[in-house]
Design a binder for this molecule. Structure first.
Ligand SMILES: Cc1cc2nc3c(=O)[nH]c(=O)nc-3n(C[C@H](O)[C@H](O)[C@H](O)COP(=O)(O)OP(=O)(O)OC[C@H]3O[C@@H](n4cnc5c(N)ncnc54)[C@H](O)[C@@H]3O)c2cc1C
Length: 392
């Protein structure tokens, strides 16, 4: 792709900026940060839907934007520079893509418009107690009973299960072959009888994770996506989309901008953190890696735009992106410590004060998980060794 912006691209960038400026109001931002964040997320995603921008990566025929790679890049960069959170990925990024690729017409026409309008919240039922990295060892059982499957078992670390209307699940419909065979990808209504959601509070003191129990849950056979017993293929395609999204390049760029901004504040006595040569070196190292990652992401986007599906290179994006996320989170923690220890002269006390410190700490703590979720980074290295480098 050509990375120089044309006059049309610049006009598009202005349009994006103006929309974010008007639509992402301070009042909405306040509600997004409150414990009752769900209605605010829905409202924001609906605004994006009404503007036609909620699904930049969907094909236009299903309601996507039809943007060029450059436009997607501009949109993503502006979104993150404005501090706007990405859409909740489970519906719009993950399950929608596999419904488009593997679903039948009935599934497409029922689920895709609802996902686009954020009418349903989705969650991801992959991991089980005992089956995380070794996902194919999963045991949640689905037994055929007429035109329904009866599901028994448990999923764990299920993000937003407490809010979800639907869960996409990997279940075992057959035990006889290799462990990757006999897995089926199925959509389950969270209001079904026999589902129990147990909360798990994470290290940042927030509740987004859950365990989900299935006790004789009856699910119509028509909710299977793709072929029965061939869910492993569907599962892998979905994971590639998930990993590409986790890289979060634009968000790391925003963190770098914040780091530059904050570290150039003077404290009493004229000291600035940015003047420390060790600190400068670390920032420079991240900048270099970030630039390399950004171009890798653009190559992936260009390949997708040309009709490809993200493949094993998504593992590469996931590893580097999450390492850089954690590196910037660590530096922001240091900034919080530095500036809270020595009072800045030209600073509103609240700017780098308690609120900044607690937000930075929360991100740092939850951020430990980014090298684990979506498949741990060690496991991504195995994938790269096998499928990118051809090592066995
Ligand atoms: C915040 C958070 C949100 C999550 N959200 C969801 C969700 O919504 N839905 C969902 O289904 N899951 C979710 N997960 C689960 C996540 O996908 C798993 O935690 C992850 O795949 C790792 O599995 P595990 O926790 O069982 O660890 P294990 O598989 O037990 O791994 C433990 C350690 O061993 C290493 N390891 C394991 N196997 C290998 C190997 N072959 N080679 C080298 N090292 C290896 C791992 O890298 C890790 O360091 C979430 C996890 C977190 C932390």
């Amino acid at each position: 792709m050509d990375t120089a912006y044309s006059p049309d691209d610049l006009a598009f960038r202005d349009e994006v900026r103006q929309f974010f400026d008007e639509a992402y109001t301070p009042e909405l931002q306040q509600r997004l940060r409150s414990p009752d964040y769900k209605p605010a997320i829905e409202e924001w995603q609906r605004k994006l839907y009404e503007k036609g921008w909620v699904a930049p990566n969907w094909p236009a025929e299903y309601g996507g934007t039809g943007w060029s790679v450059t436009q997607k890049y501009i949109y993503e960069t502006e979104r993150s520079l404005a501090g706007i959170p990405d859409v909740v990925p489970f519906g719009l990024v993950m399950v929608a893509n596999v419904i488009m690729a593997f679903g039948n017409d009935e599934q497409k026409s029922y689920f895709l418009p609802r996902i686009l309008k954020s009418e349903d919240w989705w969650c991801q039922g992959y991991s089980e107690p005992g089956s995380g990295s070794d996902l194919a060892s999963l045991k949640t059982k689905a037994e055929l009973d007429g035109d329904h499957y009866v599901i028994n078992g448990a999923k764990i670390w299920t993000t937003y299960a407490q809010h979800a209307d639907w869960i996409f699940c990997l279940v075992r419909t057959d035990n006889s072959g290799k462990k990757q065979e006999g897995i089926t990808f199925i959509l389950i209504d969270m209001k079904s009888e026999g589902i129990k959601v147990n909360p798990i509070v994470s290290i940042d003191n927030h509740h987004s994770l859950n365990e989900v129990e299935f006790n004789n849950v009856r699910v119509p056979v028509k909710n299977v996506v793709g072929e029965v017993g061939k869910g492993w293929t569907v599962a892998k395609a979905l994971l590639a989309h998930e990993r590409t999204g986790i890289a979060g390049v634009a968000d790391v760029k925003r963190s770098m901008r914040l780091i530059q901004e904050y570290a150039t504040k003077e404290v009493n006595g004229g000291q600035r953190l940015i003047d420390d040569p060790g600190f400068q070196q670390r920032i420079a190292d991240i900048e270099v890696e970030l630039m390399a990652l950004e171009f890798t992401e653009l190559r992936t986007l260009a390949a997708q735009a040309a009709g490809g599906f993200p493949g094993p290179e998504s593992s590469l994006l996931k590893i580097k992106g999450t390492e850089l996320q954690q590196a910037t989170q660590e530096i922001l923690m240091e900034i919080a410590a530095y500036y809270q220890g020595v009072l800045p002269i030209d600073l509103d006390p609240n700017e780098l004060g308690h609120e900044f410190g607690s937000e930075v700490r929360r991100r740092y703590m939850y951020g430990r998980a980014s090298t684990i979720y979506g498949g741990s980074n060690e496991v991504q290295k195995n994938i790269i060794a096998k499928f990118v480098l051809g090592l066995e």
